[in-house]
Design a binder for this molecule. Structure first.
Ligand code: ADP
Ligand code: MG
Length: 753
């Protein structure tokens, strides 16, 4: 008899208070087609995940190929194949690209890969569909492709989790034919299903119900279980004209232990104390017209009977296991089946296989390499994704350009052309010069001259004008009489920024005007407060200002460099978190975890392509900054690019962090937004940090974008060098180290969870 390939002993797993798998023990022998049956939610997938080493058991032991599933998971992975419950291949990759991807993950060299590709394509009958995109295959063909991928590395054991769920009967039969062919080649198959009829195709079956194993054995033995057909009862198939009608009348008969509809027939279990003929006669059915034949129980009968018993026991509060376990010795009454039953007590889980030296050698090498392995495969795949997905390209080139342009032009804080209405009640030359002085500042745009108080009020209250200038009728008279004259400027305060600009400009204008008049008069009276070299009267103090770096005070010059940082973060953060969460959502991440792909390989394979995308985005945005906004980079471009890479590490780390928190792409969007908000609002990009209240000001030091925006403005606008930027670079570096190590740690933990 062959050795047990899979040994499971008292395996349990709970999720919080939910017991998903409870004290399950069984063994699977080489070459078997082991069917694990059970209704949805009974714990089948959980058992498979534990056997594959991607979910640690809460208690108990399990070994596959004599390797412990917890300690030697990495050694098991290269030798087993897994076809997960949901279709978990890459829809935007072709049939061949999917197969090649898995081939590379399992490190097949090009020669071997091409041989194996041929073999699995042929086995699955996929030769003619090599270049078809996986997403466009129908259900049955998708499953064949999944099978082909899981066989690329010639696994010794193949785990199939509900491989036939949701595919049509013809495709189901085809898939089973493939499985038989594999079994014929010596591959051990572990198949879960909830289709009862598929159990008949297995060499061994286990039935799990509510997390517990109810029954285990070969189909032929299970049908002989005394619980299924008690000694004093027989099972018949009854073919009658209207079976459904008869069924409801049969069930209440005390001697009828079980009656179920099977298509046009009824399967009935009836005590020997009464003949079926007499029951039918009593019910008024035509016993002669009925076609009656004795039948053995089907596996469905077995499971239905045992489930009913188990439900009864649960209802009565009995312990399931205690009442069910005595069944097993009954099965093994047959001499040959005693051997087939698991002898769990003797199973030695720590024993290393003496008969597999080659495997041990092969695996010691793979352990060394493992953390990097798969990098190339994932890189290639990721670039195919990027190429196939117009959205990524759109994100890479179009979004940054549009965003820079929109933001750059929209966030223009210079306030000009404030609509202004003038009510000039004087109307003489000097009063007109006054209103001209207002419009000459370019801050105010005269939209209207009104001639009555009501029109004046109306212009302001309707919002047509934000500022109203009212010149009193005696304006010029008072000026000439050297009396103080009043000029009224009414300002709409609803937009604070517009209002304060209007206010300060108006005040300044008034001051200038007064000084001008005063100096002129003082000069004439020889009372000038100070005189210049030519003896002209001037003000005693002159403040000379000079604007550095941005002499024209163009606000876009200030905003656009910061925008480069924000857009760089936006693109890398979103794309990275999406790329990883998408795999988790599709189930391909789980599929990857059961391959020997290394953690570093997986991580770098996912991050590098998006780092490159981020770099392209960066260049694009810089080009827009220079050529659209005319912002020249005063400092070193090399320094800017280097520091941008440092910032990109932070963004990639944040993306990775999001991917460890979010379970779905929708959640990823939400988390990414939550991270983007402080980067936009608190980093000093939109509002000056120095104006923030102290607690918030302190928070800004925890945001990577804060440092990068300072760096960007420093290099681009002021031509700062590394030394001048040192504190910011150090801060950015610290952020990078923190974010990246936190996210890598969390990511690793998610993998091993
Ligand atoms: P089956 O494959 O037989 O349909 P599963 O093994 O998927 O059943 O699930 C068994 C039970 O464990 C279910 O109730 C399921 O909700 C629960 N379960 C499975 N995986 C998790 C998980 N990661 N977290 C919480 N509960 C889980
Ligand atoms: Mg399942």
């Amino acid at each position: 008899m062959s050795d047990a390939i899979i040994k499971v002993e008292s395996l349990s797993r709970s999720f919080g208070s939910l017991q998903a798998v409870q004290d399950v023990s069984f063994q699977v022998h080489q070459g078997a087609i082991f069917g694990l049956l059970g209704p949805n939610g009974s714990g089948k997938s959980t058992i498979i995940r534990m056997l594959l080493g991607i979910l640690p058991p809460s208690s108990g032991n399990a070994s596959v190929l004599d390797l412990d599933v917890q300690q030697d998971a990495e050694l098991i992975k290269p030798r087993v194949g897994y076809m997960s419950q949901q279709f978990s291949l890459y829809g935007d990759l072709s049939v061949q690209e999917n197969i090649d991807f898995y081939g590379r993950i399992y490190r097949l060299d090009p020669q071997r890969l091409s041989e194996r590709r041929q073999a699995v394509l042929q086995l699955a009958g996929l030769q003619d569909r090599k270049s078809q995109l996986a997403a466009t295959l129908s259900g049955g063909w998708k499953q064949r492709l999944a099978l082909a991928c899981s066989l690329i590395h010639e696994p010794d054991v193949l785990f199939l989790d509900e491989p036939t769920a949701g595919i049509d009967p013809v495709a189901r039969r085809h898939l089973w034919d493939l499985l038989f062919a594999l079994s014929g080649n010596g591959v051990t198959l572990f198949v879960t299903t909830h289709y009862m009829d598929e159990a008949e195709r297995c060499t061994d079956v286990a039935y799990i119900y509510h997390s517990r194993l109810l029954v285990l054995g070969k189909p032929s033995q299970l049908k002989l279980l005394p619980e299924v057909t008690p000694e004093n009862a027989r099972r018949y198939e009854l073919r009658v004209p209207s079976p459904a009608n008869l069924l409801s009348r049969l069930r209440p008969v005390p001697e009828v232990l079980d009656a179920t509809l099977y298509g046009e027939t009824i399967h009935i279990l009836i005590r020997n104390s009464r003949t079926l003929d007499s029951v039918l006669r009593d019910l008024g059915a035509d016993a002669d017209a009925a076609d009656i034949r004795e039948i053995p129980p089907s596996l469905e009968d077995v499971f239905v009977t045992l489930t009913a018993r188990a439900q009864q026991q649960v209802k009565e509060g009995d312990e399931l296991a205690q009442t069910i376990s005595p069944m097993l010795p009954d099965v093994s009454e047959e001499p040959q089946s005693r051997q087939e039953q698991p002898d769990i007590a003797e199973a030695n889980f720590d024993k290393t296989p003496a008969d597999r030296p080659s495997a041990a050698i092969r695996d010691s090498g793979s352990r060394r390499l493992s953390t990097w392995s798969g990098l190339i495969a994932i890189l290639i795949k990721e670039f195919v994704h990027i190429r196939r997905q117009p959205t990524t390209l759109f994100f890479m080139f179009v979004v940054p350009v549009i965003q820079t342009i929109i933001f750059g032009f929209a966030i223009d804080t210079q306030i000009e052309n404030i609509p202004t209405v003038v009510f000039n009640m004087d109307g003489r030359q000097q009063s007109r010069e006054l209103t001209d002085a207002f419009s000459n500042t370019r801050r105010f745009r005269l939209v209207d001259h009104v001639w009555s108080e009501s029109e004046f009020q109306q212009a302001l209250s309707s919002g047509r004008a934000k500022v109203g200038i009212r010149v009193p009728p005696d304006y010029v008279d008072k000026l000439l009489r050297s009396e103080q004259t009043h000029l009224q400027v009414l300002i709409d305060g609803s937009d604070a920024q517009v209002a304060s600009t209007a206010l300060s400009t108006a005040q300044l204008l008034g001051l200038n005007l007064s000084i001008e008049l005063a100096t002129a008069k003082g000069d004439a009276l020889q009372l000038a407060p100070a005189r210049n070299a030519t003896g002209q009267g001037v003000l005693p103090v002159e403040v000379r200002t000079r604007l550095l770096y941005n002499p024209d005070l163009i606000s876009s010059h200030f905003f656009v460099p910061g925008l480069v940082g924000i857009i760089l973060q936006l693109v890398t953060l979103f794309l990275t978190s999406f790329a990883i969460v998408r795999e988790r959502e599709l189930g391909t991440l789980e599929q990857l975890f059961v391959t020997p792909v290394g953690r570093t390989g997986l991580l770098l394979g996912k991050l590098l392509p998006y780092a490159l995308v981020g770099f392209v985005t960066l260049l694009t945005v810089l080009v827009v900054m220079i050529y659209v906004f005319g912002v020249q980079i005063r400092g070193s471009i090399a320094l800017l690019l280097c520091l941008s890479m440092l910032f990109m590490v932070c963004s990639l780390g944040l993306g990775l962090l999001v991917s460890t928190i979010a379970k779905t792409q929708l959640e990823a969007v939400q988390f990414a937004f939550i991270i983007m908000l402080p980067s936009v609002l608190l980093s000093g990009f939109a509002f000056p940090r120095s104006e923030m209240p102290l607690p918030i000001y302190l928070v800004t030091f925890g945001i990577p974008a804060t440092y990068f925006i300072e760096i960007l403005r420093g290099v681009v606008l002021r031509g700062a060098d590394l030394l001048a930027l040192f504190p910011w670079v150090a801060g950015l570096f610290a952020c990078g180290v923190f974010v990246l190590s936190l996210s890598v740690m969390r990511f690793q933990k998610r993998l091993s969870n």
